[in-house]
Write a protein that binds this ligand. Sequence first.
Ligand code: COA
Length: 297
Amino acid sequence: MIEVRKAVDNDCRYYVDVHCPEVKALPRDERLRVCGWWADYDACVFYLNLYRRLGGEVFTALINGEVVGEIELLPHDDCLLGPRAYINVLWVKEGERGKGIGTKLVNQGVKWARFRGYKYLDTIPEKESVGFYSKLGFKHIAFQIKAIKKLKPLHYSIDYRFNELNVNEPPLNMKLVIGTYRPGLFTWYSAWEDKYLPPQTSPLAYELVVEGKPIVTLLDYYRENEASLIIWSIETLNDELLRKAILVSEQLAIKAGIAKIFIQTWNIYEDLLRRLGYKIVDNDIIRLSKNIEKDQY
Ligand SMILES: CC(C)(COP(=O)(O)OP(=O)(O)OC[C@H]1O[C@@H](n2cnc3c(N)ncnc32)[C@H](O)[C@@H]1OP(=O)(O)O)[C@@H](O)C(=O)NCCC(=O)NCCS
């Protein structure tokens, strides 16, 4: 009998068995580096709290009281496609797959999202699990790409102003134009507050005004001297404005000693990123969405 309920702190002792039992004997830092926050109790409790502070939720699946899976849900109000709920992580323990646990967890996600008034539940799945989500009625709505650039100092004559921001100045009411695969506020707060996953370097954040338009840029370190670039704006940026926002962000990154930038964004920006010297390392990241309005059933 599969039971699904809200996660409690004690589940954090068992998530490592669901995600990566092979790391259990490793030292803590190594466990975190290889497996992520599921491999450490304190890091896991921090993330459970972060999900809830941001209006998200985590549910655990159990069989006979044993933790066998989990789903992590977030609001994605800053999505360019409009507000929606988002499955950030879904995982079922290897020996327990094919028993309907994943389906139960997603159904719980649908209930949770609908209760919060969302019309869509989205995810960017591992490529191997697209078939699973298709069976549950998720449709392919867009492609995203991943791109990387090694920075070198160049002179750009772009007129811009900027202010440094801190953790208490998140980009509310703005759209995520460039980001990681995750909803932006989750990225924002985990970049500042996560003391667990390496590197533990504070991010850099700026409010920019480019051609009179407000833009927020976050440089979130994923290694020493390497950072993900995340950009928010009030509205969709045309290619020229986005080009300037990226170039300004790169200048600020170079000043801070960042050598490499990683970007994940919509495939409509692929040509622009190529022109800016980015190497596209993946161009078929599938974004799935399920319409969860009641009358769709
Ligand atoms: C993807 C995953 C969550 C599915 O969980 P699960 O408990 O095995 O799924 P279910 O038993 O509910 O399967 C439901 C249906 O989807 C099918 N299915 C499951 N995984 C599938 C896959 N990878 N591709 C195609 N179909 C799949 C099942 O056969 C079943 O079909 P049926 O209704 O005809 O019997 C699980 O395999 C997993 O944790 N994978 C590793 C992590 C991952 O990829 N997570 C998702 C993206 S973050």
